[in-house]
Design a protein around this ligand. Sequence first.
Ligand SMILES: Nc1ncnc2c1ncn2[C@@H]1O[C@H](COP(=O)(O)OP(=O)(O)OP(=O)(O)O)[C@@H](O)[C@H]1O
Ligand SMILES: [Mg+2]
Length: 378
Amino acid sequence: MALRVGVVGGGQLARMMIAPAVELGVELRVLAEDEGMSAALAATAVGDYRDAETVLAFAREVDVLTFDHEHVPQEVLAAVADAGIPVHPGAAALRFAQDKLEMRARLAELGMPQPDWAAVSGTDELQAFIDAHGGRAVVKTPRGGYDGKGVRVVSAATEAEDWFAALAEDARGGQLLVEELVDFTRELAQQVARRPSGETAVYPVVQTLQRDGVCAEVVAPAPHAGARLIEVAAQVGTAIASGLGVTGMLAVELFETTDDRILVNELAMRPHNSGHWTQDGAVTGQFEQHLRAVLDLPLGDPSPRHPWSAMVNILGGPRTDALTDRFPAAMDEHPAAKIHTYGKAPRPGRKVGHVNCAGDDLDDVVYQARAAAAFFAD
Ligand SMILES: Nc1ncnc2c1ncn2[C@@H]1O[C@H](COP(=O)(O)OP(=O)(O)OP(=O)(O)O)[C@@H](O)[C@H]1O
Ligand SMILES: [Mg+2]
């Protein structure tokens, strides 16, 4: 019997599930937002993921429903679950990836290490938090943020007035999340795969570099990681995966602080940019692992294949020519670089592809990945 996985969302994460699905012989179907999206190759439907009827009709034709993004509303998820169709990650887990305030509250219950945080309803409460945290703080919209949109470092509550105004207009009302401005030496990410039966597979903790709130580079495993860091990151990732009942891939974004603490930044319950290195650098890539996990199949080995892997994002892309026009020069110069492009039109700052390199020498691997990615910049 053919296994059919339905993915809601037609972005690059859905696109990158296609290759491992073909290799395994799993049928991948995609409900894309528009024609011609990244995952158009597998798009069997185009429609609004906020519409229960649309998602239900799509879900009825597959064995399990999963996601390329976190934005499917709870009501829609409930309708699919009520129809008896398996959904992974399930609605009860996904809540905590959809809303950063719910995430903070739940992680506090689980005793996970976090930055100081508060839910604030207005500028007075926000100002009080800022004053109590050295005059600066990070304000976040709880829902719908990505790539640093919805994240603002502020030194006065007035800098978030527009967000409070927008919340007041929103019929649901609501609060903003405020966090201490963490003094971090670097950012890390811990990925864990978990299948419905409870088995987990833990990837090595990686180092991530964000520029302007957007992931730019990843090095795997995280350099200079002591046994304690590796153990704490793995424990935090596993505790969150199990504690929240996550199924599929989980990414836990972490801060390593100047005083050597590990704090949770946020969660993603799907393949994640911090795990793109696994495509070429791990025994089991995160996209294959996600398929295995949501199908409740035995998980693959998450071990690295090489001492070091580096991933460099192609952000924006060339202004006038196509990414593929740069292939001859990039491939000629960097034959060991693995180039991935997403079939997206170049636009400033947009994630349009990435380059993976792996090998024995950390500096060389990072250099090669950066140099190959640079061929696609303007
Ligand atoms: N409390 C904090 N202290 C210091 N820096 C922070 C804090 N929160 C976020 N940042 C910085 O802002 C970046 C984006 O924040 P966050 O991950 O919450 O936003 P996002 O837009 O949801 O991100 P993503 O693109 O991963 O979905 C972080 O990677 C980090 O560099
Ligand atoms: Mg983030």
